[in-house]
Design a protein around this ligand. Structure first.
Ligand SMILES: [Zn+2]
Length: 551
């Protein structure tokens, strides 16, 4: 296999893709080269921008330069020695109807020009396709994919097997599964133009993850037509490894200036919010006054610089294990992107399953979006399915989270423990102290130093979804355990009654007596005293369910 994975975070990976012209570190951006109109020459893309790969269109080259490219070879023809990927004309088929070339011709042509990564002539589904039409595009693309082994004559070219289906997710899944069974080295997903133009990032999440879940994970995935740096973090986090950008040139033609958080019109800019070599040496007004071709070149250069630097930033956060934090930062750059990130909760279990556990960085939690994080799901699964409380500890005491972590090392906790021991003596052995904390839920004291239960920061006051989540986790924990009594110390201000309601519901269902000690300052000496009293006056199980005690 020509793809090696070096590092991972969420579904993202830093990898090495080997082609016959060299190695490409992924995630990678392949600038789209149109040999007919090109604002930045391929040689400059290689030397100044240090791009290890680019993408061009075999159909357009065949149509306009046919034999010149076969005679010279694509590398000489473009004056570029890095890896070259060719698209097959599928996009032209989508925009202009049928393409004047057969599947067999375009496969052979890509071999003849000596490309490094080639694409079969797939039939793009597009956006408005009915289910019937979409089914046809999936089947026809699969048919052409199966024919490839008989048509191709070389073994040194990597072939791309595109997934079709558009927004018909069941078709995307079928297409991906069947395509993944064929001997392709790379897969690709077409991102229909409206997804990009109308910022339908929630749909994009559905499409990418549906494909991803059905494809072989060890093969790289190319996301077609996703050239705006705004969305790289999302696409990389979902496991896309290759991108092509025509955006850097197309936007430049329309005097549009890309940033990692959106798009500006050149005419509206007073300052360039960028320190790339172009922006550092000029002001928007100067660029505005340049002649059109020069202006386009300058803007295309900036657009490419900003796209490449966002990918570098993403690679660095993958190494640091902070991709989620970076994704969240980008998501707050545009409401539609945040909508996409919010859609991840549907796939949280899959994300958790595929995300590495080895990163030991402290986590930052900002709000309810973070409840879909793999670490939160992982704690929930482990606690509810695999954890058993210490055998002797039959009385559950739930304490509110403290500012300091690990919780059991906080002053509040230590003082409370001393007081409890003074009041109930050896009976403390029968007590199981747990903390309820956002965002994880119940944290048994003996686990509170396990990563990441202490290694995180969270924004307070908590939002209502996070409050509700923690409360629901307490309820589930009581449901799966078997204590003879539950005593809960409640911080009224922070938990707004939700924890109390959950404890009451859970204990009622299990016929477990509940004691509630509630106060504005739950760690005050006399409140902790009440906690000790509640704990020492424990009736036999089942006699007084749900009796609450208030201070
Ligand atoms: Zn710039």
């Amino acid at each position: 296999m020509s793809f090696e994975i070096k590092d991972r975070d969420l579904l993202a990976r830093i990898g090495n893709l080997q082609t016959k012209s060299g190695s490409i570190e992924t995630p990678v951006l392949l600038p789209v080269i149109n040999p007919a109109i090109q604002p930045i020459q391929p040689k400059v893309i290689q030397t100044t921008f240090r791009c290890p790969a680019l993408i061009t269109n075999a159909y357009i080259i065949k149509k306009h330069f046919n034999e010149q490219a076969t005679n010279q070879g694509i590398h000489t023809f473009l004056d570029y020695t890095g890896s070259i990927m060719t698209d097959s004309g599928a996009y032209q088929a989508l925009v202009y109807g049928d393409v004047e070339v057969t599947s067999k011709e375009i496969v052979r042509y890509q071999e003849d020009i000596d490309t490094d990564i080639a694409t079969i002539l797939d039939l793009p589904t597009g956006w408005k396709a009915t289910k019937e039409r979409a089914t046809y595009t999936v089947n026809e693309t699969l048919k052409r994919a199966r024919e490839l082994t008989e048509i191709k004559t070389r073994e040194d070219i990597l072939w791309v097997g595109p997934v079709q289906g558009g927004h018909h997710l069941e078709l995307v899944a079928r297409s991906a599964k069947s395509m993944g069974e064929l001997p392709f080295q790379i897969h690709a997903l077409g991102s229909p133009t409206p997804v990009m133009e109308q910022y339908l990032f929630d749909t994009l999440v559905d499409m990418i993850l549906t494909a991803k879940m059905a494809l072989p994970l060890q093969r790289p995935l190319h996301l077609f037509g996703a050239g705006h740096p705004l969305m790289f973090a999302l696409a990389v986090a979902l496991g896309c490894d290759l991108f092509d950008s025509a955006a850097y040139a197309i936007y430049a033609r329309e005097d549009r200036y890309l940033t990692e958080y959106g798009t500006s019109r050149l005419g509206e800019l007073e300052y360039f919010p960028c320190s790339c070599p172009v922006c550092i040496h000029s002001e928007p007004e100067e660029v505005m006054n340049m002649e059109a071709a020069k202006r386009q070149e300058i803007l295309a250069q900036h657009n490419l610089f900003v796209s490449l630097s966002e990918l570098k930033r993403i690679k660095q956060v993958i190494i640091e294990g902070r991709l989620w934090e970076h994704l969240e930062l980008r998501a707050h750059g545009h409401p539609a992107l945040l909508k996409g990130v919010k859609n991840l909760h549907k796939y949280a279990e899959y994300l958790e399953k595929q995300s590495p556990v080895t990163k030991k960085r402290g986590l930052s939690f900002f709000g309810s979006v973070d409840l879909a994080r793999p670490e939160v799901i992982r704690h929930r699964k482990r606690l509810l399915a695999r954890y058993s409380p210490p055998q002797k500890a039959r009385r559950l005491v739930l304490l509110p989270q403290t500012q300091m972590k690990p919780f059991h090392k906080s002053r509040e906790y230590q003082r409370a423990l001393k007081r409890l021991i003074r009041e109930i003596g050896d009976a403390i052995e029968r007590v199981h102290l747990c903390t309820y904390a956002a965002p994880f839920g119940v944290v048994p004291v003996e686990l509170d130093e396990v990563y990441p239960l202490s290694q995180h920061e969270i924004t307070t006051p908590l939002d209502s979804e996070t409050l509700a989540y923690v409360a629901s986790q307490i309820e589930r924990y009581i449901a799966v355990t078997d204590y003879e009594i539950v005593v809960v110390l409640l911080d009224q201000e922070m938990w707004k009654g939700k924890v109390r309601a959950s404890c009451e519901d859970a204990c009622k269902k299990k016929y477990v007596p509940l004691r509630v000690v509630e106060a504005k300052s739950p760690w005050d000496e006399d409140v902790v005293g009440d906690l000790a009293v509640a704990l020492s006056n424990t009736p036999p199980a089942g006699t007084q369910p749900n009796e609450a005690r208030l201070t």
